[in-house]
Write a protein that binds this ligand. Structure first.
Ligand SMILES: Nc1ncnc2c1ncn2[C@@H]1O[C@H](COP(=O)(O)OP(=O)(O)OP(=O)(O)O)[C@@H](O)[C@H]1O
Length: 268
């Protein structure tokens, strides 16, 4: 199935209007410094959102607060109608949120397909994958993921032999393999050239519908290709939300980026 067909198929079956995640007035206070300051955001099932903001705006802290790596000082994180604010990270992951770097990481000596098999193993006991074999259902799922991430013809290659972009796609595939409903992707195009960046945008668009995806990235050409709703953060707070075109044209957004650039120049 080609990418477009997959995306449109998923698009027609996704329960697109159901609320999946609500970040409700979350503050994260690091000894008096509010990395998040009453920040709110909602995300529906199967939808794509891009989060941007100048350096230090609080984007990573937001992901940390969602996944339980840092604790909200106040406010709540609601996922699938449950308050997950104070749950341990592993329990949040079990409930269906996965961040790219939380996958075991690509094991360079193992093949692409074996890396995906390990991530697909729900109980995460890696070695049991080899001891007990893999269910047919998991094999089929992994074959699907290989198609989605564009690595079907590299399935048998050792992951360590992949190019930089291919390794990133494998990591995204490993997040998908965990069956998470919400995928958090922090700068998925880091270090990529224009061709790989375009392929990454297409890959992410193929995931939408089956998963909600929250992407942090600064690359405007990537954001244009993703064609997603954009939320802009500044100093731990919500600044704006809108289409890529609207955000590009927004004077307040330009001002916070330029302001930051001036500070960076000043200090640097
Ligand atoms: N553990 C911590 N203790 C103290 N301050 C922290 C901690 N983690 C982050 N910060 C501060 O919180 C602010 C927000 O950081 P965060 O990494 O969330 O920003 P960001 O938007 O992801 O930035 P970047 O685009 O540079 O990755 C920054 O000023 C950072 O120095």
């Amino acid at each position: 199935m080609n990418a477009q067909a997959t995306a449109s198929h998923i698009g027609t079956t996704a329960p697109a209007s159901t609320l999946l995640l609500a970040v409700d007035g979350v503050t994260v206070d690091f000894d008096g410094f509010k990395a998040l300051n009453g920040f709110s955001l909602t995300l529906d099932r199967g939808t794509l959102r891009v989060l941007i903001g100048p350096n230090g705006a609080g984007k990573s802290t937001l992901c940390d607060a969602i996944i339980g790596r840092v604790r909200a000082t106040s406010g709540r994180v609601i996922f699938k109608d449950q308050d997950i604010t104070h749950l341990p990270e592993h329990e949040i992951v079990r409930r269906g949120i996965c961040r790219k770097f939380q996958t075991p990481g690509v094991l360079p000596g193992l093949s692409v397909v074996d890396n995906l098999m390990i991530a697909a193993k729900r109980d995460r006991r890696w070695w049991s994958t080899f001891r007990h074999g893999v269910a047919a259902e998991e094999k089929a799922r992994v074959a699907d993921i290989l198609e989605t991430i564009g690595l079907a013809d590299r399935a048998a290659a050792p992951a360590g032999h992949l190019a930089h972009g291919e390794k990133q796609w494998l990591e995204i595939g490993m997040v998908v393999a965990t069956r998470a409903d919400l995928l958090l992707l922090d700068e998925p195009t880091a270090g990529m050239g224009p061709a790989e960046t375009s392929q990454t945008a297409a890959l992410i668009r193929r995931l939408v519908g089956q998963h909600a995806v929250l992407v942090i990235d600064h690359d405007m050409s990537f954001l244009e290709q993703l064609d997603a709703r954009v939320t802009v953060m500044h100093q731990g707070q919500f600044l704006k939300e809108g289409s890529v075109a609207a955000i590009r044209a927004d004077a307040d957004v330009a001002a916070v980026y330029l302001g930051r650039a001036k500070e960076d120049t000043h200090h640097g």
